[in-house]
Design a protein around this ligand. Sequence first.
Ligand code: C5P
Length: 224
Amino acid sequence: AHKIIVTIDGFSSCGKSTLAKQLARELNYVFIDSGAMYRAITLYFLRNHVNHEKSAEVKKALHNIELWFEFNERSGRSDIYLNGENVEALIRDLLVSEHVSAIAAVKEVREFAVDQQQKMGEKKGIVMDGRDIGTTVFPDAELKIFMTADPAVRVERRFKELFERNPDITLDEVRINLEMRDYMDSNREISPLRKADDALVLDNSNLTMEEQLKVAHKWVKERL
Ligand code: C5P
C-alpha cells in the first residue's frame, strides 16, 4: 500500500504526541516523538555536566550518545533508550523541560537529531511530531499538521500530567516553563518553530480526541 509521511508541529503541550500516537496506530504507521530525542540528549548533558555553549564538549558528548526507540506493549507507544537505558519517564521531569530548549537550539545537537529523524522516515509510513518536522526534517511530507490550543488549556493539561508524578508542582511553574520554551523554540536561529506554508492548522482547544483523530484521518485519506 502507498504510505505517506505525516508531520505534526506546534507549541508545547498542544497534544501533538497524543494525536500522533493514535493516528499512527490507526494507520499502522511508526510514531516518533522527536522531542523525546532532544529531552534524552538534555538528560545526558545534565548528568555529565556538558556545557552546551562549548562546541568541543558538545561534539564529544554527542559522539558518546546512542538513542533508539523500542515499542512498549503496555503503553502502546515507543520508549526512548539512551545508551541502552530506558529514560522515557526521566525525560519528562521539569528539570529536563527547563533545560531542553537551550540545548535543542545548538547547531550540532540539531544536526545529530535531524539526521537520525530523516533516516527513520526513509520508508515513509511514519507520523512524527515536534517543532521543525514539517519545515526542516521532512519539507516534502505529504501531510503537515500544525496544532494549536488555547494557552490556558495547554497549561492545565500539562499540569495534570506532571502533578500525577510530582504533587509539589504548581500551575505557575508549569505556565512559566511552557511560555519560556515556546519563546525560545520560536525565536532560535536554527529551525525555529513556525507553521510550514503548506501545513493545515488543527486547533484542538475544544475538540475531543475522537474529533481530532477524525479530522486528521480525513486529511490522510485525501492524500493516499
Ligand atoms: O515535544 P516536547 O515538548 O517534548 O519537546 C521538548 C523540547 O524539545 C521543545 O521545547 C524544543 O525545545 C525541543 N524540540 C525541538 N525540535 C523538535 C522537537 C522538540 O527543538 N522537533
